[in-house]
Design a binder for this molecule. Structure first.
Ligand code: MEV
Length: 440
């Protein structure tokens, strides 16, 4: 067992590193230099990163790539993506190009309502609670005015507050269930601040409410927090074309391709084991854009997967059909994103990513992000139902294997060239490198 430490967060960055290195890496002289290698030489920039979280000792890089040629509602975009998985950006670019000549992506924001809840316990008469809620509801809005003022000026704010009876699940459990419009902000801080104010007003005012007998006055607030489940913050993305225009692969007819593709989607609609992987592929595209634009990918992930299970079984987020000789492929997903606040005005690469996207509103970013997810799923299903996934994946992963073997530039050129006409597997790549080296 290693040592514990008190007051770690109070140490300087250099003291923190010294402690980590002496406690965990005393055998490894490179540990400190690896951590330092990833520091920015720009001291101000490094300080910005240091201060994002507690106990920063280095930066963790992800590749920041771009996928060009996305035509969305007749406007061209180059989409920024932050992701480590080799084939994702290549697949997105390929799908973008495929649909560029077939009308591009069509998107629409269906709704933008977000939810927050004050969870509380009340063990008295439900009728009295209802009367109290109706009595206090205007004051809940009123007491939050200083928080909502700016948001309201821009057209957002608190939309409604409802009392929800959850006592069939837990004895005495009720909620203030509030809905919000947060415009271009993701809104977490705004919503949570409003909720904490609701909770305070709701608890304090109960002490003076004449409709409660004494024993009912003590409302116990359990917690106040936004929900990352946002089924009413929905965006739709779609592609469609005549079946004969799906003619990109000489090894399969457009009709066969459409039919296999739809079967693959149908399987993900009914089979959770497949649906999870299918949706993971969609998240490859979504997370990469969410990360590049400084949004909270954990919130997005949680909300989308909950949505994928909303009918009681985990199911595909995308759908496909043929109608009147046309192929349709679409997805509706909940996405709570922001283009102001949070990291968006702070992280230089996030600012750059948003500028690259023509400084989108949150609604526009929802549409772009959904397209990245749909494109990713199209690319994955296209490979899966035709060549198989490994061909494209290994082509991109080849460079990782070469780097693992510290291949020289000359070796890389030879090996990449060789695998243009041979099937790349990990063993085959290792074999070729070893043969090449034994010759020299
Ligand atoms: C890999 O990251 C994603 C895929 O597995 C998605 C899918 O199977 O649809 C290729």
């Amino acid at each position: 067992m290693t040592k514990t430490i008190a007051g770690f967060s109070k140490l300087s960055k250099s003291e923190k590193i010294d402690w980590i290195v002496s406690t965990y890496f005393s055998h490894d002289s490179s540990a400190k230099s690896i951590l330092e290698q990833y520091w920015s030489s720009d001291k101000k920039l490094q300080q910005l990163h240091d201060e994002f979280i507690e106990n920063t000792i280095s930066n963790y890089y992800l590749p920041f790539g771009v996928a060009p040629n996305f035509l969305i509602n007749n406007k061209l975009y180059t989409i920024p993506m932050a992701i480590e998985e080799s084939s994702v950006v290549a697949a997105a670019s390929k799908a973008a190009k495929f649909w560029l000549n077939r009308g591009g992506f069509k998107t629409e924001v269906i709704s933008t309502t977000k939810i927050g809840q004050v969870h509380f316990m009340f063990h008295g008469n439900p009728g009295n609670l209802k009367s109290y809620f109706n009595h206090i509801k205007p004051k809940l809005f009123e007491d939050s005015k200083s928080i909502t003022k700016n948001m309201e000026k821009r057209g957002g704010g608190i939309l409604d507050i409802e009392l929800k009876d959850k006592t069939e699940h837990i004895k005495g459990y009720y909620q203030l269930h509030a809905s919000f419009e947060t415009l271009d902000a993701m809104g977490a801080n705004f919503i949570n601040t409003c909720l904490e104010q609701f909770a305070k007003t709701f608890k304090d005012e109960a002490l003076h409410f004449k409709g409660f007998p004494n024993e009912e006055k003590d409302i116990q607030i359990v917690m106040s927090i936004l929900s990352n489940y946002v089924p009413d913050c929905l965006v739709r993305a779609e592609v469609s074309c005549n079946i004969e225009d799906l003619n990109d692969d000489e090894n399969i007819t457009p009709e066969e391709f459409a039919s296999k593709f739809i079967q693959a989607v149908n399987i993900a609609e009914v089979e959770p084991y497949r649906a999870v992987t299918h949706n993971k592929g969609i998240m490859n595209g979504i997370d990469a854009v969410v990360l590049a634009t400084g949004n909270d990918f954990r919130a997005v992930e949680a909300g989308i997967h909950a949505y994928a299970s909303r009918k009681g079984t985990y199911s595909s987020l995308t759908h496909a059909k043929i109608e009147n000789g046309k192929f349709y492929f679409w997805m509706e997903i909940p996405l709570a994103l922001g283009t102001v606040g949070g990291l968006t005005g702070l992280h230089p690469l996030v600012k750059l990513a948003l500028e690259l996207l023509h400084k989108p509103s949150a609604k526009e970013l929802m549409q772009i992000t959904a397209v990245a997810g749909l494109a990713q799923n199209f690319a994955a299903l296209r490979s899966l139902t035709t060549t198989g996934i490994q061909k494209g994946h290994m082509k991109m992963h080849l460079m990782n294997i070469l780097n693992q073997f510290e291949a020289s530039e000359a070796e890389k050129i030879t090996v990449v060239d060789y695998f243009k006409t041979h099937t790349a597997t990990h063993n085959a790549v290792v074999d070729v490198i070893q043969k090449l080296r034994s010759k020299n």
